[in-house]
Design a protein around this ligand. Structure first.
Ligand code: GUN
Ligand code: ZN
Length: 432
């Protein structure tokens, strides 16, 4: 067992944050040998329970759950910052040509290391990520994640039409490859598989049907896709699937909406779509930096809350502009203020942080596994220095309450705040 003394940030069941200014975090194996958080709470209350246990003291530091990125594309690490008129030209001109390179395992393995370094640098210890249509891109990412002890959920992209040579796959083979990858990786250590139709316009009916059948065979596998991101994309999806009530309903019609189904964007919804998300248990991966960069629109936080479907935060790199959860939280704050219909709402810093930790865990169906500092959770946590920059030092010194402290970090923070990252109970080191 190991113990760490510092301030602790965690979350209650109602999503409010709890701050222990002098806390103790104890980690060690559980009965099955899994490395977990054994205790988290006030130092004064807990220290007597662990006589003789050596305590590492980090004065002035805050321990918080590792962040969760609910939607990211590892092969788009080098696509960040590629400007385009909108989603569809961005895919055609930058993303598809770049993703074609991932047929080469060595290339994919090299980018996987860079990607994992970036996650780590920014304190992200769990991610739900797209690979490319090439099965070996999944192997490359899973092998690298396993070596580092990171919790990674990933899948081979399905795209058997409206996709150029080099990334387009073949219907039957793509489904056979997906099933083989599920058997190889899902549930191995901390790894999980996600069935990954790119988006309805790039998948034939047969491919979507096959994806839904796979999802029915493997109910604890995740599903990930994109929906209702961009007006041109929506028009195209409606033309291709005229019998479905809406773009979102296409996925429902093929058995792809359920718990553990995560849909990126969910911007241009009506209330029937929102109710469908709620009633099926699917969750939205809100990707504000991507939506601002590609000019896609503003996620409607007010409507999401009113109808009550699960939603949490994601970088969506490379449409997204940053791996930093701080930048994503700040962008979500702007987006909610703007709203789809005025007036927008002001998200609290506690809620923003929850959406990138415990709330994202809930969206993944991994509550009490990741995303919190709570007994029984995986031993994934970050060590933050709230005085990492001169301006942060001034601001956080004068913070009068937890909201002011968290807002200072969200607005001014970046990777300099993240001093150390622990995954599966061990400190991580960068490869480069
Ligand atoms: N829709 C289909 N593919 C993609 C992608 O790679 N990024 C985003 N943002 N939207 C998509
Ligand atoms: Zn995406």
């Amino acid at each position: 067992m190991q113990a760490f003394r510092a301030a602790l940030l965690s979350f209650d069941d109602d999503g409010s944050a709890r701050y222990e200014s002098d806390g103790l975090l104890v980690i060690g194996p559980d009965a099955s040998g899994r490395k977990v958080i054994r205790a988290a709470g006030a130092y004064a209350a807990l220290c007597a329970n662990y006589p003789g246990l050596k305590v590492t003291h980090w004065p002035g530091r805050i321990l918080a759950p590792g962040f969760i990125d609910l939607h990211v594309h590892f092969p788009q690490t080098d696509v960040i910052g590629s400007p385009a008129e909108g989603l569809l030209p961005w895919l055609e001109n930058y993303t598809f040509p770049h993703e074609a390179r991932f047929s080469d395992h060595a290339y994919a393995a090299g980018v996987a290391q860079v990607f994992l370094d970036e996650l780590q640098r920014h304190g992200v210890t769990t991610a739900l990520t797209f690979c490319t249509s090439h099965p070996n891109s999944v192997d490359a990412l899973m092998e690298a994640s396993e070596q580092r002890g990171l919790r990674m959920i990933a899948g081979k992209v399905l795209q058997d039409r409206h996709s150029p040579d080099g990334v387009r796959d073949e219907t039957e083979q793509s489904l056979a490859d997906s099933e083989a990858l599920i058997r190889r990786w899902h549930g191995r250590g901390r790894l999980g598989y996600a069935i990954t139709p790119r988006f309805a316009p790039s998948c034939s009916e047969a491919q979507l049907r096959g994806a839904g059948e796979l999802a029915a065979c493997y109910p604890d596998v995740w599903i990930q896709s994109h929906v209702a991101e961009n007006k041109d994309e929506i028009r195209w999806a409606r033309e291709l699937f005229p019998d479905s009530r809406s773009y979102l309903a296409v996925y429902q019609d093929f058995g792809l909406l359920r718990d553990r189904a995560i849909y990126a964007h969910c911007i241009h919804f009506d209330d029937e779509d929102r109710a469908l998300m709620r009633d099926t248990g699917a969750a939205a991966a809100v990707s504000p930096t991507s939506n601002l960069f590609l000019g896609s629109g503003f996620f409607d936080y007010e409507a999401a809350r009113r109808v009550g479907f699960k939603h949490a935060l994601a970088s969506d790199v490379g449409g997204g502009t940053s791996f930093s959860p701080f930048h994503t939280m700040l962008a979500a704050y702007y987006v909610a203020r703007e709203g789809q219909t005025k007036p927008g709402i002001s998200l609290s810093p506690q809620n923003l942080w929850w959406q990138h930790t415990a709330g994202a865990a809930q969206a993944l169906g991994l509550d009490d596994v990741v995303g919190n500092l709570r007994a029984g959770c995986d031993a994934d946590f970050i060590v933050m220095n709230p005085k990492a920059t001169p301006l942060l030092a001034r601001k956080t010194t004068h913070a009068r309450d937890l909201d002011e402290l968290l807002f200072s970090l969200i607005v001014l923070g970046d990777d300099r705040v993240i001093e150390q990252v622990y995954a599966d109970g061990a400190p991580l080191t960068l490869t480069a």
